[in-house]
Design a protein around this ligand. Structure first.
Ligand SMILES: Cc1cc2nc3c(=O)[nH]c(=O)nc-3n(C[C@H](O)[C@H](O)[C@H](O)COP(=O)(O)O)c2cc1C
Length: 430
């Protein structure tokens, strides 16, 4: 029986993207030559590197990035102090004309950042006049060196609304507002952007952070000739923050705008998670910095295979599908409890589970030294499952729900005789 190929195309702001995978605005989308190669590799669209109007010269600090490696894991994150585009506006716009001429089916999003009301309007109009299909307003780069630049706007909601309104008046193409994650509640600025007329929201830009300090020179990295700074963190380390913010916006009943998700996407599974939590397109930078444009092959193939196996025909059926399962923690059923279950046939006797259970959990394991095997005392198991996280054998330790009559034991106090010396006032509410 022949199976029909799933349809990866998505509608976003009235445009059809032939798949949901875009380059995000950054060095991976810096010129037509680069974007053309990315399009050839399979990406359906681009948020071009944020345009500058030439009024203020842009000089990038050097070096402009630092890897956040953890143990043997390379680039779990990336720290960068790169600014918006340092190319002349004319060169960037000529690149737009080139891309629209040679890749009319691909979607060109012009990312802009103004330093004043007029400049936002000017960059917006110049982008539209030279073929941009939509705009992305960069309200969110956390480390611009130029005072008054758009990044602070992401935290000043009235300005964000005002500049969105200015841009909307200047152009007729759709406008996406790109949000900073460096706030508490992302739905707030997103609603201001909506009031200003934004057609969609993208998130997240980089997370303000310091991922490494040089131990010899004591300078946070990247070390710009003896000076470090709080700067932008991206890559897998920030994915939990990106997913959280996309989900928050998708669940907000008052927002109702299409979402473009990014932050730490490297594989089709990362991309699918963003889609399941409400993004209809996804964007990538650090994954490409790590592996190159070719990762789009994995994104396309993985998502297609997943959809085929799940019997899903269109990406839109997947958008937001996890949201009904996402509740606040007060919705948990605390009457249902469980424990860890061990398949000791497969145990290699490393003892990791025993160590972490003793030092960080319920002391629910005893160690059989002769046989080098853990022995679980079920009644003490907290079901935190950290033993399974450190076990090197996949699937050896699993979670098992217990019968509702099952009771976990209280942790005994070390010395009940100390009770007479206990100092504890009666609670004020009694
Ligand atoms: C070196 C670098 C430069 C970036 N420059 C821009 C930019 O000019 N405009 C912008 O909107 N976002 C910029 N970003 C942010 C990315 O577009 C993206 O929002 C962020 O890196 C999270 O995605 P990721 O984890 O896939 O990198 C930059 C990111 C990096 C790493």
């Amino acid at each position: 029986m022949t199976q029909t190929q799933p349809d990866l195309s998505v509608e976003f702001c009235g445009k059809t993207f032939f798949n949901p995978f875009l380059l995000s605005s950054s060095p991976v989308s810096n010129s037509a030559e680069m974007v053309a190669r990315a399009f050839e590799a399979g990406w359906s669209g681009v948020a071009f590197k944020t345009l500058n109007s030439d009024r203020i010269p842009i000089i990038h600090p050097s070096p402009r990035m630092n890897p956040y490696d953890y143990g043997s894991k390379k680039l779990v994150g990336l720290q960068n102090v790169e600014q918006i585009s340092d190319r002349p506006l004319k060169d960037n716009l000529l690149d737009f004309l080139y891309l629209k001429k040679h890749y009319p089916r691909h979607v060109l999003i012009s990312s802009i950042m103004g330093f004043s009301n007029e400049e936002w309007a000017y960059l917006a109009k110049a982008s539209e006049d030279n073929g941009a299909d939509m705009l992305e307003l960069n309200f969110s780069c956390p480390h611009m060196c130029v005072e008054g630049s758009g990044h602070k706007v992401g935290q000043a909601f009235h300005l964000l609304e005002k500049f969105t309104g200015t841009v909307k008046k200047a152009v007729s193409i759709p406008v996406i507002a790109k949000m900073t994650p460096n706030i508490t509640d992302i739905t707030e600025p997103a609603l201001y952007a909506k009031n200003g007329g934004a057609d969609a929201i993208s998130a997240i830009n980089t997370v303000s952070g310091i991922s490494e300090v040089g131990l010899e020179d004591l300078v946070p990295k990247p070390n710009i000739f003896g000076v470090g700074a709080v700067s932008g963190t991206s890559g897998p380390a920030v994915k939990p923050i990106g997913l959280h913010f996309i989900a928050d916006m998708a669940k907000n009943g008052n927002l109702g705008l299409p979402l473009s998700g990014m932050g730490g996407i490297e594989t089709w599974i990362d991309a699918l998670e963003y889609i399941l939590l409400g993004a209809s397109t996804v964007q990538v930078t650090t994954g490409i910095i790590h592996y190159g444009y070719r990762i789009v092959e994995d994104l396309i193939e993985g998502l297609s295979d997943y959809m085929t196996q799940a019997g899903i025909q269109t990406v839109s059926e997947l958008v937001g599908r996890s949201l009904p399962h996402l509740q606040t923690t007060d919705h948990f059923d605390l009457n249902r409890q469980g424990v860890a279950e061990y398949d000791l046939e497969r145990c290699i006797g490393c003892g990791q589970c025993y160590i972490v259970c003793r030092d960080a959990a319920g002391q629910a394991l005893e160690w059989d030294t002769a046989n080098r095997r853990p022995r679980l005392i079920e009644d003490k198991c907290l079901s935190c499952m950290i033993c399974s996280f450190v076990c090197p054998v996949p699937g050896l330790i699993s979670y098992q729900e217990k019968d509702s009559r099952w009771q976990r034991q209280e942790t005994p106090v070390m010395d009940p005789a100390l009770e007479s010396g206990l100092k504890l006032a009666p609670p004020p509410w009694l």
